[in-house]
Design a protein around this ligand. Structure first.
Ligand SMILES: Cc1ncc(COP(=O)(O)OP(=O)(O)O)c(N)n1
Ligand SMILES: Cc1ncsc1CCOP(=O)(O)O
Ligand SMILES: [Mg+2]
Length: 382
């Protein structure tokens, strides 16, 4: 097999020029290192590719993984393979406890990205001893993998946001973690940590614990108001109100792939949030609420407006509970955010399940009511 690499600019396969080794200058150990790391990088990419293909059904991401694997294969010459000495390799016996268990899919993907990036770095450095172009080729490849990682994790986040119909905004309580965990156990997939009075130390500590908990359950975790805390705990994003940091400044700090939510009370604020690049908006307060004292209700009218006009995901918020959720859904909401209804619930797991079940039930019921009234109108007496 001829070694070489795929050059996008020349649009073709570039055969590998004579290696230093062929001139007898490279130690066998270097060939073993290159062989092992070519394998490591390809295996890691294959694991990521399987998720892109079968988990996300995403042809673009899986295509990029496959392309990278094929480019790696072109460097894996018989000469490097021949240097392999598995029996004499002390590293085959060494495993790290973290390799034995992965907390969730995100950590599985991150661990494998890390493995690929490390292997590419090794190939970049030791490759310089083997072939004059190996250093720059593997450096470029490593940057492509970084880009793929951040695009893939960003895409995953957006998908999870789209699928989230219930959003818990927390309020301070001594059993904060157990309330949130009970709601997560009921199927909650989106949590915002909100505490207007805690010290920064407390905020950081709660944010860290909640972030870890949410990720264990595969849920998204956002921080209210504070971009710095969101960054410090590697949260999935922030929620910003009209008085908080502007969306574009937060985007500069958080990068393109974190989620930024924005509060809106009227069509003008909605328009500005969308133009500013918000990933979702809060729509409300739908009803007056003691959680946001002094903020007048925007009403169901604004919910109907959002249902007609918002091109991005939006969450109705403010005074929503198990008694009025159906009115909010019938006004067009497909997603709601709540504080008290879950934070003060005796059984947050059951209340979460109830809320989530309403999105399916109300739509089925309202469709069947509509079809019944259609039959009555068109076939009187039947
Ligand atoms: C989902 C969601 N919508 C609206 C808000 C309110 O944000 P803001 O207007 O900044 O008020 P505070 O929550 O900071 O008091 C929210 N937090 N979440
Ligand atoms: C933070 C916020 N922003 C608009 S309404 C609201 C509070 C909603 O709280 P509750 O669900 O307890 O009425
Ligand atoms: Mg705010």
């Amino acid at each position: 097999m001829n070694a070489g690499w795929y050059d996008e600019n020349n649009n073709g396969f570039v055969p590998m020029v004579e290696s230093h080794n062929q001139r007898g200058q490279v130690q066998p150990a270097v060939c073993r290192i290159l062989d092992a790391n070519l394998d490591r990088a390809r295996e890691g990419l294959r694991i990521i590719e399987e998720w892109c293909r079968f988990g996300l059904n995403n042809a673009q991401f899986s295509g990029e993984c496959k392309q990278l694997r094929q480019e790696l294969a072109t460097w894996h010459s018989p000469e490097l393979r021949a240097a392999r000495d598995t029996l004499g390799d002390p590293g085959t016996q060494l495993t790290h406890p973290q390799e034995q268990q992965r907390a969730d899919l995100k950590s599985l993907l991150q661990a494998n990205f890390c493995r690929v990036e490390e292997a590419l770095r090794v190939l970049e450095e030791y490759g310089k001893l083997y072939h004059p172009q190996m250093g720059s080729v593997f450096k470029q490849m490593r940057y492509r993998v970084y880009t793929l990682e951040s695009r893939l994790l960003g895409y995953e986040r957006q998908q999870r946001l789209l699928r989230s119909q219930l959003y818990l905004v927390t309020s301070p309580t001594k059993d904060l973690l157990s309330v949130v965990e009970a709601a997560l156990a009921g199927g909650l997939t989106l949590v915002q940590y909100r505490d207007k009075n805690a010290s920064d130390g407390e905020r950081l500590s709660y944010a860290q614990q909640l972030c870890q908990l949410c990720h264990q359950y595969g849920a998204l975790f956002l921080v209210n108001d504070r971009v710095d805390i969101a960054l410090a705990v590697d949260a999935d994003g922030v929620h910003l109100g009209q008085q908080d940091m502007p969306i574009n400044a937060a985007r500069q700090l958080l990068g393109p792939h974190k989620i930024i939510g924005s509060s809106t009370t009227n069509p003008e604020e909605m328009q500005r949030a969308i133009q500013g690049g918000a990933d979702y908006i809060g729509v409300g307060p739908v009803y007056e609420t003691p959680t946001k004292v002094g903020k007048p209700a925007a009403g169901l009218e604004y919910v109907r407006y959002a249902a007609q006009h918002s091109p991005i995901p939006w969450f109705a918020i403010g005074g929503i509970d198990v008694n009025n959720i159906n009115d909010v859904i019938l006004a067009g909401a497909e997603r709601v955010a709540v504080v008290r209804a879950l934070m003060e619930a005796e059984q947050p797991t059951l209340v979460t399940q109830y809320f989530l079940s309403q999105f399916t039930r109300v739509h089925i019921q309202s469709k069947s009511e509509l079809s019944q009234s259609y039959v009555r109108a068109n076939h009187p007496g039947s």
